[in-house]
Design a protein around this ligand. Structure first.
Ligand SMILES: [Zn+2]
Length: 464
Protein backbone atom coordinates (compact mmCIF):
# COMPACT_ATOMS: atom_id res chain seq x y z
CA UNK A 1 0.00 0.00 0.00
CA UNK A 2 1.27 3.43 -0.83
CA UNK A 3 -0.74 6.21 0.70
CA UNK A 4 -0.83 9.69 -0.77
CA UNK A 5 0.02 12.56 1.60
CA UNK A 6 -3.62 13.58 1.75
CA UNK A 7 -7.02 13.21 0.11
CA UNK A 8 -10.42 14.98 0.33
CA UNK A 9 -11.62 12.74 3.20
CA UNK A 10 -8.52 13.45 5.28
CA UNK A 11 -8.84 17.16 4.55
CA UNK A 12 -12.40 17.04 5.89
CA UNK A 13 -11.24 15.06 8.92
CA UNK A 14 -8.48 17.58 9.69
CA UNK A 15 -10.83 20.53 9.29
CA UNK A 16 -13.34 18.95 11.69
CA UNK A 17 -10.64 18.34 14.31
CA UNK A 18 -9.30 21.89 14.04
CA UNK A 19 -12.72 23.57 14.04
CA UNK A 20 -13.79 21.64 17.13
CA UNK A 21 -10.61 22.06 19.16
CA UNK A 22 -12.25 24.33 21.75
CA UNK A 23 -15.08 21.87 22.23
CA UNK A 24 -12.64 18.99 22.86
CA UNK A 25 -10.62 21.08 25.28
CA UNK A 26 -13.84 21.72 27.22
CA UNK A 27 -14.57 17.98 27.25
CA UNK A 28 -11.03 17.39 28.46
CA UNK A 29 -11.45 20.00 31.20
CA UNK A 30 -14.64 18.24 32.28
CA UNK A 31 -12.90 14.87 32.45
CA UNK A 32 -9.79 16.20 34.23
CA UNK A 33 -11.97 18.00 36.81
CA UNK A 34 -13.14 14.61 38.04
CA UNK A 35 -10.33 13.13 40.15
CA UNK A 36 -9.83 9.38 39.63
CA UNK A 37 -6.83 8.28 41.67
CA UNK A 38 -6.88 4.48 41.75
CA UNK A 39 -4.10 4.26 44.36
CA UNK A 40 -6.29 6.22 46.79
CA UNK A 41 -9.75 5.07 45.59
CA UNK A 42 -10.44 8.78 45.04
CA UNK A 43 -13.28 9.58 42.63
CA UNK A 44 -13.06 6.24 40.82
CA UNK A 45 -16.74 5.29 40.49
CA UNK A 46 -17.69 8.92 39.76
CA UNK A 47 -15.14 9.02 36.95
CA UNK A 48 -16.32 5.69 35.49
CA UNK A 49 -19.87 7.11 35.38
CA UNK A 50 -18.65 10.35 33.81
CA UNK A 51 -16.71 8.52 31.09
CA UNK A 52 -19.78 6.39 30.28
CA UNK A 53 -21.91 9.56 30.09
CA UNK A 54 -19.41 11.27 27.79
CA UNK A 55 -19.33 8.22 25.50
CA UNK A 56 -23.13 8.15 25.36
CA UNK A 57 -23.15 11.83 24.43
CA UNK A 58 -20.95 10.91 21.45
CA UNK A 59 -23.44 8.29 20.30
CA UNK A 60 -21.92 5.17 21.82
CA UNK A 61 -23.79 2.58 23.80
CA UNK A 62 -21.87 2.55 27.07
CA UNK A 63 -22.04 0.59 30.30
CA UNK A 64 -20.10 0.54 33.53
CA UNK A 65 -19.16 -3.10 34.10
CA UNK A 66 -18.03 -4.61 37.38
CA UNK A 67 -14.65 -6.32 37.59
CA UNK A 68 -12.97 -7.98 40.57
CA UNK A 69 -11.62 -4.48 41.33
CA UNK A 70 -12.70 -1.08 40.06
CA UNK A 71 -15.33 -0.85 37.32
CA UNK A 72 -14.52 -1.02 33.63
CA UNK A 73 -16.28 1.24 31.14
CA UNK A 74 -17.28 -0.63 28.01
CA UNK A 75 -18.75 1.08 24.97
CA UNK A 76 -19.53 0.22 21.39
CA UNK A 77 -20.77 2.09 18.38
CA UNK A 78 -24.32 1.26 17.42
CA UNK A 79 -24.01 -2.46 18.10
CA UNK A 80 -22.79 -5.30 15.96
CA UNK A 81 -22.79 -4.89 12.21
CA UNK A 82 -23.96 -1.30 12.11
CA UNK A 83 -20.73 0.02 10.64
CA UNK A 84 -20.09 0.03 6.92
CA UNK A 85 -17.23 -2.43 7.26
CA UNK A 86 -17.92 -5.43 9.47
CA UNK A 87 -14.47 -5.09 10.98
CA UNK A 88 -14.12 -3.91 14.58
CA UNK A 89 -11.56 -1.62 16.10
CA UNK A 90 -11.01 -1.84 19.86
CA UNK A 91 -9.63 1.06 21.90
CA UNK A 92 -7.95 0.20 25.19
CA UNK A 93 -7.66 3.19 27.57
CA UNK A 94 -7.77 3.93 31.30
CA UNK A 95 -9.66 6.56 33.24
CA UNK A 96 -7.62 6.30 36.45
CA UNK A 97 -4.67 8.60 37.17
CA UNK A 98 -1.64 8.70 39.45
CA UNK A 99 -1.85 10.60 42.78
CA UNK A 100 -1.34 14.35 42.32
CA UNK A 101 0.98 14.65 45.33
CA UNK A 102 3.26 16.49 46.03
CA UNK A 103 0.67 19.23 45.52
CA UNK A 104 3.04 22.10 46.34
CA UNK A 105 5.06 21.37 43.21
CA UNK A 106 2.13 22.09 40.88
CA UNK A 107 1.98 25.55 39.29
CA UNK A 108 -1.82 25.26 38.93
CA UNK A 109 -4.41 23.04 40.67
CA UNK A 110 -4.01 19.44 39.41
CA UNK A 111 -7.72 18.81 38.87
CA UNK A 112 -8.39 22.05 37.03
CA UNK A 113 -7.33 22.18 33.40
CA UNK A 114 -5.11 25.22 32.86
CA UNK A 115 -3.65 26.46 29.59
CA UNK A 116 -0.23 28.10 29.45
CA UNK A 117 1.84 28.74 26.34
CA UNK A 118 0.32 26.09 24.11
CA UNK A 119 0.26 23.48 26.84
CA UNK A 120 -2.68 22.16 28.85
CA UNK A 121 -1.93 21.19 32.44
CA UNK A 122 -3.82 18.75 34.70
CA UNK A 123 -3.30 15.41 36.40
CA UNK A 124 -4.04 12.70 33.86
CA UNK A 125 -4.16 15.05 30.89
CA UNK A 126 -1.66 12.95 28.98
CA UNK A 127 -1.95 9.69 30.92
CA UNK A 128 -4.61 8.91 29.96
CA UNK A 129 -7.51 11.37 29.69
CA UNK A 130 -6.01 13.24 26.72
CA UNK A 131 -5.96 9.94 24.89
CA UNK A 132 -9.61 9.27 25.70
CA UNK A 133 -10.55 12.65 24.22
CA UNK A 134 -8.17 12.15 21.29
CA UNK A 135 -10.03 8.93 20.36
CA UNK A 136 -13.44 10.61 20.69
CA UNK A 137 -12.34 13.61 18.61
CA UNK A 138 -10.87 11.34 15.92
CA UNK A 139 -14.01 9.21 15.74
CA UNK A 140 -16.26 12.29 15.55
CA UNK A 141 -14.15 13.69 12.71
CA UNK A 142 -14.15 10.42 10.76
CA UNK A 143 -17.90 10.08 11.26
CA UNK A 144 -18.44 13.63 10.02
CA UNK A 145 -16.24 13.09 6.97
CA UNK A 146 -18.01 9.81 6.14
CA UNK A 147 -21.51 11.25 5.96
CA UNK A 148 -22.44 10.83 9.61
CA UNK A 149 -21.72 7.13 9.88
CA UNK A 150 -18.73 5.33 11.35
CA UNK A 151 -16.92 3.30 8.69
CA UNK A 152 -16.45 0.28 11.00
CA UNK A 153 -17.51 -1.08 14.37
CA UNK A 154 -15.85 0.53 17.33
CA UNK A 155 -15.45 -0.79 20.87
CA UNK A 156 -13.94 0.82 23.94
CA UNK A 157 -12.56 -0.79 27.04
CA UNK A 158 -11.57 1.87 29.58
CA UNK A 159 -10.30 0.50 32.86
CA UNK A 160 -9.78 2.12 36.27
CA UNK A 161 -6.77 0.17 37.54
CA UNK A 162 -4.00 0.76 34.99
CA UNK A 163 -2.00 2.93 37.38
CA UNK A 164 -2.06 0.18 40.00
CA UNK A 165 -0.89 -2.53 37.63
CA UNK A 166 -4.17 -3.65 35.98
CA UNK A 167 -4.49 -6.62 38.35
CA UNK A 168 -7.90 -7.60 37.03
CA UNK A 169 -7.51 -6.94 33.31
CA UNK A 170 -6.37 -10.44 32.21
CA UNK A 171 -9.33 -12.09 33.99
CA UNK A 172 -11.75 -9.44 32.69
CA UNK A 173 -10.62 -9.93 29.10
CA UNK A 174 -10.76 -13.71 29.49
CA UNK A 175 -14.30 -13.52 30.87
CA UNK A 176 -15.61 -11.10 28.24
CA UNK A 177 -13.76 -12.44 25.21
CA UNK A 178 -16.82 -12.49 22.99
CA UNK A 179 -17.94 -9.02 23.89
CA UNK A 180 -14.43 -7.65 23.28
CA UNK A 181 -13.86 -9.52 20.02
CA UNK A 182 -12.27 -7.23 17.43
CA UNK A 183 -9.84 -7.18 14.53
CA UNK A 184 -7.27 -4.69 15.83
CA UNK A 185 -6.54 -2.61 18.90
CA UNK A 186 -5.22 0.91 19.44
CA UNK A 187 -3.37 1.09 22.74
CA UNK A 188 -3.68 3.80 25.39
CA UNK A 189 -0.49 5.75 24.66
CA UNK A 190 1.65 7.02 21.84
CA UNK A 191 3.15 10.23 20.59
CA UNK A 192 6.52 11.63 19.65
CA UNK A 193 10.15 11.48 20.81
CA UNK A 194 12.61 14.33 21.54
CA UNK A 195 12.92 15.12 17.82
CA UNK A 196 9.16 15.15 17.20
CA UNK A 197 9.35 11.76 15.50
CA UNK A 198 6.30 9.54 16.06
CA UNK A 199 7.05 6.53 18.24
CA UNK A 200 5.70 3.05 17.85
CA UNK A 201 5.99 0.41 20.57
CA UNK A 202 5.19 -3.12 19.44
CA UNK A 203 5.51 -4.82 22.79
CA UNK A 204 6.12 -4.53 26.50
CA UNK A 205 8.14 -6.56 28.95
CA UNK A 206 6.26 -8.42 31.64
CA UNK A 207 6.71 -7.91 35.35
CA UNK A 208 6.71 -10.00 38.50
CA UNK A 209 6.72 -7.84 41.63
CA UNK A 210 7.44 -9.50 44.96
CA UNK A 211 8.22 -8.62 48.53
CA UNK A 212 10.71 -10.84 50.34
CA UNK A 213 10.45 -10.76 54.12
CA UNK A 214 12.13 -12.42 57.05
CA UNK A 215 11.27 -12.40 60.72
CA UNK A 216 13.81 -13.94 63.09
CA UNK A 217 12.43 -12.94 66.51
CA UNK A 218 9.24 -11.49 67.97
CA UNK A 219 10.91 -8.16 68.82
CA UNK A 220 14.18 -6.30 68.13
CA UNK A 221 16.96 -7.06 70.60
CA UNK A 222 19.98 -5.24 72.10
CA UNK A 223 22.83 -6.06 69.73
CA UNK A 224 25.12 -6.73 72.67
CA UNK A 225 22.70 -9.40 73.79
CA UNK A 226 21.58 -10.85 70.47
CA UNK A 227 24.50 -10.05 68.13
CA UNK A 228 26.38 -13.24 68.89
CA UNK A 229 23.58 -15.70 69.61
CA UNK A 230 20.36 -14.51 67.87
CA UNK A 231 19.65 -14.76 64.16
CA UNK A 232 19.60 -11.35 62.48
CA UNK A 233 16.74 -10.70 60.04
CA UNK A 234 18.72 -8.11 58.06
CA UNK A 235 21.61 -10.54 57.48
CA UNK A 236 19.22 -13.35 56.54
CA UNK A 237 17.63 -11.11 53.93
CA UNK A 238 20.92 -9.80 52.55
CA UNK A 239 22.32 -13.33 52.24
CA UNK A 240 19.14 -14.51 50.52
CA UNK A 241 19.20 -11.54 48.11
CA UNK A 242 22.85 -12.14 47.30
CA UNK A 243 21.98 -15.60 45.97
CA UNK A 244 19.61 -14.12 43.36
CA UNK A 245 22.13 -12.42 41.09
CA UNK A 246 25.90 -12.35 40.62
CA UNK A 247 28.08 -9.33 39.95
CA UNK A 248 28.01 -10.02 36.22
CA UNK A 249 24.24 -9.36 36.31
CA UNK A 250 23.50 -13.04 35.77
CA UNK A 251 20.32 -14.13 37.59
CA UNK A 252 21.14 -17.31 39.49
CA UNK A 253 17.66 -18.78 40.02
CA UNK A 254 17.80 -22.20 38.33
CA UNK A 255 15.74 -22.26 35.14
CA UNK A 256 15.23 -18.47 35.17
CA UNK A 257 16.34 -18.11 31.55
CA UNK A 258 14.74 -21.35 30.26
CA UNK A 259 11.87 -19.68 28.42
CA UNK A 260 13.70 -16.55 27.28
CA UNK A 261 13.27 -16.04 23.58
CA UNK A 262 16.28 -14.20 22.13
CA UNK A 263 15.59 -11.21 19.84
CA UNK A 264 15.06 -12.10 16.19
CA UNK A 265 17.10 -10.65 13.35
CA UNK A 266 14.11 -8.38 12.63
CA UNK A 267 14.04 -7.19 16.26
CA UNK A 268 17.73 -6.32 16.08
CA UNK A 269 17.27 -4.42 12.83
CA UNK A 270 14.49 -2.35 14.40
CA UNK A 271 16.65 -1.60 17.44
CA UNK A 272 19.55 -0.59 15.20
CA UNK A 273 17.29 1.85 13.31
CA UNK A 274 16.22 3.61 16.51
CA UNK A 275 18.05 6.73 17.67
CA UNK A 276 20.58 6.22 20.45
CA UNK A 277 19.46 7.30 23.92
CA UNK A 278 22.81 6.58 25.56
CA UNK A 279 24.12 10.15 25.68
CA UNK A 280 20.76 11.52 26.91
CA UNK A 281 20.54 8.95 29.66
CA UNK A 282 24.12 9.48 30.78
CA UNK A 283 23.53 13.18 31.02
CA UNK A 284 20.10 13.00 32.65
CA UNK A 285 21.21 10.57 35.38
CA UNK A 286 24.84 11.72 35.62
CA UNK A 287 26.10 8.22 34.90
CA UNK A 288 29.72 7.33 34.20
CA UNK A 289 28.65 4.36 32.14
CA UNK A 290 26.23 1.47 31.84
CA UNK A 291 26.02 -1.92 33.51
CA UNK A 292 28.62 -4.46 32.36
CA UNK A 293 30.54 -1.57 30.80
CA UNK A 294 28.42 -1.86 27.65
CA UNK A 295 29.33 0.85 25.17
CA UNK A 296 28.23 -0.61 21.82
CA UNK A 297 24.94 1.04 20.92
CA UNK A 298 23.09 -2.01 19.59
CA UNK A 299 24.33 -4.16 22.48
CA UNK A 300 23.06 -1.55 24.93
CA UNK A 301 19.66 -1.28 23.24
CA UNK A 302 19.34 -5.06 23.25
CA UNK A 303 20.41 -5.35 26.88
CA UNK A 304 17.88 -2.65 27.80
CA UNK A 305 14.78 -4.47 26.55
CA UNK A 306 15.55 -8.08 25.66
CA UNK A 307 17.18 -9.08 28.96
CA UNK A 308 15.07 -10.00 31.97
CA UNK A 309 16.04 -8.23 35.20
CA UNK A 310 16.03 -8.69 38.95
CA UNK A 311 15.89 -5.25 40.58
CA UNK A 312 15.95 -4.50 44.30
CA UNK A 313 13.45 -1.61 44.47
CA UNK A 314 13.72 -1.06 48.21
CA UNK A 315 15.21 -2.53 51.39
CA UNK A 316 13.96 -2.06 54.94
CA UNK A 317 15.33 -3.23 58.26
CA UNK A 318 16.50 -2.04 61.66
CA UNK A 319 17.49 1.47 62.57
CA UNK A 320 18.29 4.16 59.98
CA UNK A 321 17.77 7.35 62.01
CA UNK A 322 20.29 9.87 63.28
CA UNK A 323 23.34 8.69 65.17
CA UNK A 324 23.56 5.12 66.37
CA UNK A 325 21.22 2.56 67.82
CA UNK A 326 22.75 -0.77 68.76
CA UNK A 327 19.90 -2.97 67.77
CA UNK A 328 19.42 -6.39 66.23
CA UNK A 329 16.45 -6.23 63.87
CA UNK A 330 13.74 -8.84 64.17
CA UNK A 331 12.33 -8.08 60.73
CA UNK A 332 13.67 -7.25 57.29
CA UNK A 333 12.03 -6.94 53.91
CA UNK A 334 12.82 -6.05 50.34
CA UNK A 335 10.70 -5.16 47.32
CA UNK A 336 12.03 -6.81 44.20
CA UNK A 337 10.81 -6.61 40.63
CA UNK A 338 11.64 -8.92 37.79
CA UNK A 339 11.10 -7.50 34.30
CA UNK A 340 10.29 -10.41 32.04
CA UNK A 341 10.86 -10.98 28.35
CA UNK A 342 8.93 -13.23 25.99
CA UNK A 343 8.09 -16.09 26.87
CA UNK A 344 8.59 -15.85 30.66
CA UNK A 345 5.63 -15.65 33.02
CA UNK A 346 5.25 -14.30 36.57
CA UNK A 347 3.81 -17.59 37.87
CA UNK A 348 6.82 -19.49 36.57
CA UNK A 349 9.23 -17.02 38.16
CA UNK A 350 7.51 -17.17 41.55
CA UNK A 351 7.72 -20.94 41.72
CA UNK A 352 11.35 -20.99 40.56
CA UNK A 353 12.19 -18.28 43.11
CA UNK A 354 10.54 -20.28 45.91
CA UNK A 355 12.39 -23.45 44.92
CA UNK A 356 15.69 -21.56 44.75
CA UNK A 357 15.29 -19.95 48.19
CA UNK A 358 14.32 -23.30 49.73
CA UNK A 359 17.25 -25.09 48.10
CA UNK A 360 19.62 -22.48 49.55
CA UNK A 361 18.31 -22.83 53.08
CA UNK A 362 16.07 -19.74 53.02
CA UNK A 363 12.78 -21.43 53.82
CA UNK A 364 12.30 -18.62 56.35
CA UNK A 365 12.21 -15.96 53.59
CA UNK A 366 8.59 -15.34 52.75
CA UNK A 367 7.47 -14.28 49.27
CA UNK A 368 4.48 -11.97 48.87
CA UNK A 369 3.36 -11.54 45.28
CA UNK A 370 2.35 -7.91 44.62
CA UNK A 371 1.23 -8.41 41.05
CA UNK A 372 2.54 -8.91 37.59
CA UNK A 373 1.77 -9.59 33.99
CA UNK A 374 3.22 -11.46 31.07
CA UNK A 375 5.37 -9.92 28.35
CA UNK A 376 3.90 -9.66 24.86
CA UNK A 377 4.75 -8.20 21.48
CA UNK A 378 3.11 -8.00 18.09
CA UNK A 379 4.40 -8.90 14.64
CA UNK A 380 6.09 -5.84 13.10
CA UNK A 381 4.91 -6.97 9.65
CA UNK A 382 1.23 -7.09 10.59
CA UNK A 383 -0.71 -4.94 8.08
CA UNK A 384 -2.28 -2.92 10.91
CA UNK A 385 1.16 -2.06 12.25
CA UNK A 386 2.26 -1.07 8.76
CA UNK A 387 -0.83 1.10 8.32
CA UNK A 388 -0.18 2.87 11.63
CA UNK A 389 3.43 3.56 10.72
CA UNK A 390 2.65 4.77 7.19
CA UNK A 391 -0.09 7.13 8.38
CA UNK A 392 2.20 8.39 11.17
CA UNK A 393 4.84 9.34 8.61
CA UNK A 394 2.27 11.28 6.57
CA UNK A 395 0.87 13.17 9.58
CA UNK A 396 4.15 13.98 11.33
CA UNK A 397 6.29 14.28 8.21
CA UNK A 398 8.88 12.01 9.87
CA UNK A 399 9.51 8.30 9.82
CA UNK A 400 8.39 6.67 13.05
CA UNK A 401 10.76 5.06 15.53
CA UNK A 402 9.57 1.50 15.84
CA UNK A 403 10.55 -0.28 19.05
CA UNK A 404 10.07 -4.07 18.90
CA UNK A 405 9.51 -4.01 22.67
CA UNK A 406 9.92 -1.40 25.40
CA UNK A 407 11.36 -1.86 28.88
CA UNK A 408 8.16 -1.00 30.76
CA UNK A 409 5.16 -3.23 31.32
CA UNK A 410 1.41 -3.08 30.74
CA UNK A 411 -1.61 -5.34 30.31
CA UNK A 412 -1.13 -5.91 26.57
CA UNK A 413 -0.77 -9.70 26.90
CA UNK A 414 -4.51 -10.54 27.10
CA UNK A 415 -5.23 -8.27 24.14
CA UNK A 416 -2.49 -9.79 21.98
CA UNK A 417 -2.85 -13.40 23.08
CA UNK A 418 -6.35 -13.91 24.51
CA UNK A 419 -8.11 -11.73 21.94
CA UNK A 420 -5.49 -12.30 19.24
CA UNK A 421 -5.26 -8.66 18.17
CA UNK A 422 -2.52 -6.66 16.50
CA UNK A 423 -1.97 -3.72 18.80
CA UNK A 424 -0.43 -0.34 18.03
CA UNK A 425 0.44 2.85 19.87
CA UNK A 426 -0.68 6.25 18.54
CA UNK A 427 -1.34 9.32 20.62
CA UNK A 428 -0.71 12.69 22.14
CA UNK A 429 2.32 12.16 24.39
CA UNK A 430 5.75 13.79 24.16
CA UNK A 431 8.87 13.48 26.33
CA UNK A 432 7.97 16.64 28.31
CA UNK A 433 4.50 15.37 29.32
CA UNK A 434 5.66 14.83 32.94
CA UNK A 435 3.31 11.90 33.34
CA UNK A 436 3.04 10.69 36.96
CA UNK A 437 4.83 13.91 38.05
CA UNK A 438 3.70 17.43 39.02
CA UNK A 439 2.67 19.72 36.12
CA UNK A 440 1.60 16.87 33.88
CA UNK A 441 0.80 18.46 30.54
CA UNK A 442 -0.13 17.96 26.93
CA UNK A 443 0.98 20.12 24.02
CA UNK A 444 -1.97 21.32 22.00
CA UNK A 445 -0.12 20.88 18.68
CA UNK A 446 0.64 17.25 19.56
CA UNK A 447 -2.97 16.72 20.58
CA UNK A 448 -4.05 17.80 17.09
CA UNK A 449 -1.41 15.66 15.36
CA UNK A 450 -2.18 12.59 17.50
CA UNK A 451 -5.89 13.01 16.80
CA UNK A 452 -5.34 13.38 13.05
CA UNK A 453 -3.17 10.29 13.09
CA UNK A 454 -5.76 8.27 15.05
CA UNK A 455 -8.46 9.40 12.61
CA UNK A 456 -6.43 8.25 9.59
CA UNK A 457 -5.85 4.84 11.15
CA UNK A 458 -9.62 4.44 11.73
CA UNK A 459 -10.55 5.58 8.24
CA UNK A 460 -7.97 3.38 6.50
CA UNK A 461 -8.59 0.39 8.77
CA UNK A 462 -12.22 0.32 7.67
CA UNK A 463 -11.13 0.26 4.04
CA UNK A 464 -8.56 -2.50 4.13
ZN1 LIG B 1 0.50 6.05 33.85
Amino acid sequence: MTLQPTNPVWEKIDAHIEENTDYWIEELARLCAQPSVSAQNFGITECADLVATMLREQGFRAEVMPSDGYPVVYAEAFGEGDGRSDKTLLFYLHYDVQPAEPLELWDSPPFELTEREGKLYARGISDDKGHIICRLAALAAVKDAMGGELPCNVKFIIEGEEEIGSPNMPAFVEKHQEKLAADACIWEFGGVDHDGRPSQALGMRGICYVELSVQTASIDAHSGLGGSIFPNAAWRLVWALSTLKDQNERILIPGFYDNVQPPSQRDLEMLAAMPSEAANLKQMFALDGFLLGTTDDLALKTQAVFQPTCTICGLTSGYQGAGTKTVLPAKASAKVDFRLVPNQSPQEIISKLRAHLDANGFTDVEITFHGGGRPAKVDPDDPFVQLTNETAELVYGKQPNVAPIIGGSGPNYPFIHTLGLPLVAAGVGYPGSQVHAPNENMRLDYFLLGTKHTARIIEQFAKK
